[in-house]
Design a protein around this ligand. Structure first.
Ligand code: 5RP
Length: 293
């Protein structure tokens, strides 16, 4: 029976208390719809507004690169320490336990292998399949200055349109070709183009000089790729500097899974990103974890 008395007698309206409205602490994201924000909250910690994305999608053009030969053995044990996993749908379906309930960022572009011209990519995932896989975002490579620049920008804008239709965030991945200079001027151009053309957030590379201008000029969150393997202290220093200069997190692969102690490394990166832990302290933490069995 309906509770008609309770309805008539209800009086707990907290008239002196304005309704709480808790925004996501992510720049440029306030106008997004609830579904898209909810997906972003599975990537970025809603308390810190930052993320540690564990990137293992390299096989989509590189094949089984070092550290990713057996993802079930080397990567699955790291999942508890990441905010988000970035991978392909092949790895997701074949290897990642469905009990993994954090955000997945799905690689959604592809085509050429390392043997060919890399910028000649196409969209490689239908939005319907991304939704079927219940992912938190899709990622597309954008080759500004590359031979097939316009094609890759078109891949991005098509995914943005499909993403907007269904509330799916799109991560624009700025890819730097072999001949291109990796400096702040280039990164400002590439990241700003991704944001202007509709990406929800953007992945770029850290540059030593003026990275703060890259972050400032991009009106949506920026995360940095780790790039080639470096000594652990250097990778932690890069992550720290990027965060202090305005990055909202890292999308790190090789510097984690090619580390001497991947579980220790991802935990150290996590503290740099979410707790602003200075690099030397984070390195000591890494060493302690590494030497604790
Ligand atoms: C591959 C990617 C990777 O996800 C990205 O480069 C991050 O990995 P790493 O830290 O190893 O550079 O987009 O195309």
């Amino acid at each position: 029976m309906a509770d008609t008395d309770g309805n008539i007698d209800s009086h707990d309206y907290y008239l002196d208390t304005p309704q709480t409205d808790t925004p996501l602490p992510l720049k440029g994201c306030n106008s997004l719809d609830w579904g898209m924000k909810n997906r972003l909250a599975n990537i970025f910690d809603p308390k810190t507004g930052r993320t540690v994305m564990l990137a293992v999608d390299h096989g989509y053009f590189m094949g089984p690169t070092t550290g990713l030969e057996r993802i079930d053995i080397t990567i699955n044990p790291l999942l508890p320490y990441a905010n988000t996993l970035m991978c392909t749908r092949g790895i997701l379906r074949s290897t990642i336990p469905p009990g993994f309930n954090k955000g997945v960022v799905l690689r959604a572009s592809g085509g050429p292998s390392i043997l060919k011209e890399l910028s000649d990519e196409r969209i490689a995932v239908d939005m319907e399949d991304a939704i079927r896989l219940n992912v938190a975002a899709v990622a597309v490579q954008v080759f500004i200055g590359g031979e097939f620049e316009t094609q890759s920008v078109h891949n991005m804008t098509s995914l943005v349109d499909a993403g907007n239709r269904y509330g799916m965030p799109v991560l624009g991945v700025t890819a730097v070709g072999k001949q291109m200079v990796r400096d702040a001027k280039y990164m400002r151009l590439a990241t700003r183009m991704c944001a202007e053309l509709g990406c929800t957030y953007v992945k770029t590379y850290y540059v030593e000089k003026d990275f703060d201008t890259v972050a400032a000029a991009c009106p949506v969150p920026i995360v940095i790729a780790g790039g080639k393997k470096q000594p652990e202290l250097d990778a932690l220093t890069m992550a720290y500097n990027a965060i202090q200069q305005g990055a909202a997190g890292v999308d790190m692969g090789r510097n984690i899974f090619q580390s001497d102690a991947p579980a220790a490394m991802i935990q150290a990166v996590f503290r740099v990103v979410h707790e602003n832990m200075p690099p030397k302290e984070a390195f000591e933490y890494y060493e302690t974890l590494k030497n604790t069995k």
